[in-house]
Design a protein around this ligand. Structure first.
Ligand code: NAD
Ligand code: DAU
Length: 359
């Protein structure tokens, strides 16, 4: 049975990935999820898998080398899928240090521990040991409006403390591959959306504010472009890269689904109005009048757009979820999980660990 060490599995993409993997492989795999449970880590996301014999949660900081080395010593880890990171650009502008700490130093610890556990005396690695570093399209910088795409060969040009720290972590992974022939891949993905996303990010924030009749903050002129991908398609891409990708390669993951922020906000308002029955009291206060233009993000990248040609040609991965369907699924999920949103916005989700794990 293959054993996965997933870091940051209690976050948005990590928890969707864990659900995806158990749906796909069932009892054929074992997953150890190591997460510090920062404000972004929510074990409620994983309530459905908690009882499985082939799932283990370990609360630990990826910067804590003793804790990480212990996990490798006690388990024969075959695959590492490294999601854990500080992920929110606005927070990185306010407090860059923790981004360097977790994203750069934490990645160095993960690489060192995996190498120490896996490397043989002759410098080779046993067949099947693989490390996948989950990164972002933001490392490539910003594209002009309506022109060009990010390829794997695009030079790095990060602008925010977040994207710089992710670029630093990518460089470390590249250095390990070049120096130690360390068996890794990097994926650079565009903006994800879907269930379990923390409502500090654009899509869940707009859904939540609209449902509560609050203003919908749009930064700057609202014309910044992001390339949106449904989170399950990202989870599938990660699995396919580990299974079918060439080791030591980087793969860009994205969906040719570019949208201006203002379009996203309008689509959410229109979809909510379409989905809510007339008698639902929340419907009365939802309208485009809630849109409020606010001060722009500092150093705001204008446009991101991924060219997914390599992953499509080599691995056969393509996004499967059309945005019009993905956004409906996402909004429906937030409707059906009002308690999840309430627990997150009230901060109650942070008590879940203490209650479930009796600590
Ligand atoms: P998230 O903020 O929702 O989750 C991050 C998780 O990491 C949380 O569970 C948190 O508790 C955990 N964590 C943070 N610091 C830790 C530490 N020091 N030790 C252990 N665990 C720690 O993030 P996300 O949106 O799910 O993103 C996951 C990964 O994917 C990140 O590496 C991010 O850079 C990358 N990524 C995200 C997107 C996106 O659109 N969200 C797109 C491309 C790539
Ligand atoms: O591109 C991949 C990246 O996507 C990931 O690496 C990051 O972890 C993830 O957070 C995301 O970064 P963005 O900065 O693009 O996502 P965010 O949801 O914060 O913002 C999306 C766009 O919407 C961006 O142009 C800023 C804008 N925005 C955001 C918020 C929260 C608003 O206009 N209003 C808002 O309230």
């Amino acid at each position: 049975m293959r054993t996965y060490l997933v870091t940051g599995g209690a976050g948005f993409i990590g928890s969707n990935y864990i659900h995806y993997m158990f749906k796909k492989y069932g009892d054929q795999i074992r997953i150890i999820n190591v997460d510090k449970l920062t404000y972004a880590g929510n074990l409620e996301n994983l309530a459905e898998v908690e009882g499985r014999d082939n799932y283990t949660f370990v609360r630990a900081d990826i910067c804590d080398k003793d804790a990480i080395a212990k996990i490798f010593a006690e388990n024969d880890i075959d695959r590492v899928v490294h999601f854990a990171a500080e992920s929110h650009v606005d927070r990185s502008i306010k407090n860059p240090e923790v981004f360097v700490q977790t994203n750069v130093l934490g990645t160095a610890v993960m690489l060192n521990c995996a190498r120490a556990a896996w490397e043989k005396e002759d410098g080779s690695y046993p067949e099947g040991k693989k490390f996948l570093h989950v990164s972002t399209d933001e490392v490539y910088g910003s594209l002009p409006e309506g022109e060009g795409y990010f390829y794997e060969t695009t030079p790095y040009s990060p602008h925010s403390p977040y994207s710089s720290s992710k670029a630093g972590s990518d460089m470390l992974v590249k250095a390990y591959m070049d120096t130690y022939h360390f068996p890794a891949n990097i994926t650079n993905c565009s903006n994800n959306y879907g269930p379990y996303q923390f409502p500090e990010k654009l899509i869940p924030l707009i859904i939540n504010n609209a449902l509560s009749g609050k203003k919908l903050p749009v930064y700057g002129d609202g014309k910044n472009v992001r390339d949106w991908l449904y989170v399950e398609d990202h989870a599938k891409a990660i699995d396919m890269v580990q299974e079918q990708g060439r080791l030591f390669e980087t793969y860009n993951v994205g969906g040719h689904n570019e949208k201006q922020n203002i379009e996203i906000v309008q689509i959410i308002i229109d979809t909510l109005l379409e989905m809510l029955p007339d008698e639902d009291p929340r419907k009365a206060h939802i309208s485009r009048d809630l849109i409020t233009y606010v001060e722009d993000r500092k150093g705001h990248d204008r446009r991101y757009a991924i060219a997914p040609d390599k992953i499509k040609a080599e691995i056969g991965w393509e996004p499967e979820t059309m945005f019009k369907d993905g956004i409906k699924k996402t909004i429906r999920w937030y409707f059906e999980h009002e308690d999840w949103m309430k627990n997150v916005t009230s901060g109650d989700y942070q008590k879940y660990y203490e209650t479930m794990y009796n600590v």
